[in-house]
Design a protein around this ligand. Structure first.
Ligand SMILES: Nc1ncnc2c1ncn2[C@@H]1O[C@H](COP(=O)(O)OP(=O)(O)O)[C@@H](O)[C@H]1O
Ligand SMILES: [Mg+2]
Length: 241
């Protein structure tokens, strides 16, 4: 099955054209990267897939659902199948770690408090954190731990699809590599599909199975790191070295 199909996406904001016919497919069980210069429309592409931003023409198909004219019922179904971590791991600062991870479970399920606690604890361990962290508040955590909690929350509903926008930005190099390792582990342990916007060259090399590079409002390249090196020396130098 194809996880995401983007077909000839065109996007404008007012008179400004951002995407001029962007197409790509994301296959099952891959970590797929969206690369491109600053302002090239990476985050907009991600938000479109998440139904948080408009597109002017073309079509997205996500897990079998077409996004244009999607019904409210199907939109709700789809939203429960994925998790998202945006650039600045937006944990609620006035909620504890436990309360943060429990949010989607309280919002979308009818589980009782015991069951919610068990699931929250399981998700916390999945991202490599210990039980005592549940009572802490985001300000008491390191940047790397905050990102882990954000991932635990994103996966609370057993999502098989995880969207990440610049997840290592703001992290020191050591925490960034730890984060990459976590994403790889999650992919292998839970058959997770990951769609990742990044400009972190280490993440690109260690994480990505395939990626697109947005350039001049179009897909300048799609494929693997090795293919880029063979096919396009200019883009390889610009993005990978
Ligand atoms: N809601 C919006 N309204 C107007 N312009 C926007 C909006 N969102 C993004 N843009 C513009 O679209 C372009 C691409 O933005 P973005 O996808 O955030 O870039 P990046 O590739 O750095 O993530 C930028 O020029 C940005 O200013
Ligand atoms: Mg961005």
């Amino acid at each position: 099955m194809v996880v995401v199909r983007a077909e000839n996406i065109k996007t404008r904001f007012g008179s400004k054209l951002i995407h001029d016919g962007v197409s790509f497919n994301i296959k099952e069980n891959e970590i797929f990267g969206i690369l491109g210069g600053s302002g090239s429309g990476k985050s907009v592409l991600l938000k479109q897939m998440l139904m948080l931003e408009h597109f002017d023409s073309g079509e997205y198909e996500i897990l079998g659902y077409k996004l244009k004219n999607i019904s409210q019922k199907n939109a709700l179904k789809l939203q429960q199948k994925w998790g998202v971590v945006f650039q600045f791991a937006a944990l609620f600062s006035f909620f504890s770690v436990f309360e943060n991870i429990a949010i989607p479970l309280k919002e979308y399920t009818k589980l009782d408090n015991m069951a919610i606690y068990e699931i929250v604890l399981m998700k916390l361990k999945m991202v490599g954190l210990q039980e005592h962290v549940l009572n802490l508040y985001p300000s008491e955590l390191s940047g790397g731990m905050q990102k882990r909690v954000a991932i635990a929350r994103a996966l609370a509903l057993d999502s098989k699809l995880l969207f990440l926008d610049e997840p290592t930005s703001g992290l020191d190099p050591y925490s960034s590599r730890e984060f990459d390792e976590l994403v790889l582990n999650l992919k292998h342990s839970f058959d997770l599909n990951v769609i990742l916007v990044t400009h972190d060259k280490n993440s690109m090399k260690t994480l990505l199975d395939r990626f697109i590079i947005l350039e001049n409002k179009k897909v300048g390249f799609i494929g693997t790191c090795e293919e880029l090196e063979e096919q396009n020396e200019r883009l390889f130098k610009k993005f990978m070295e």
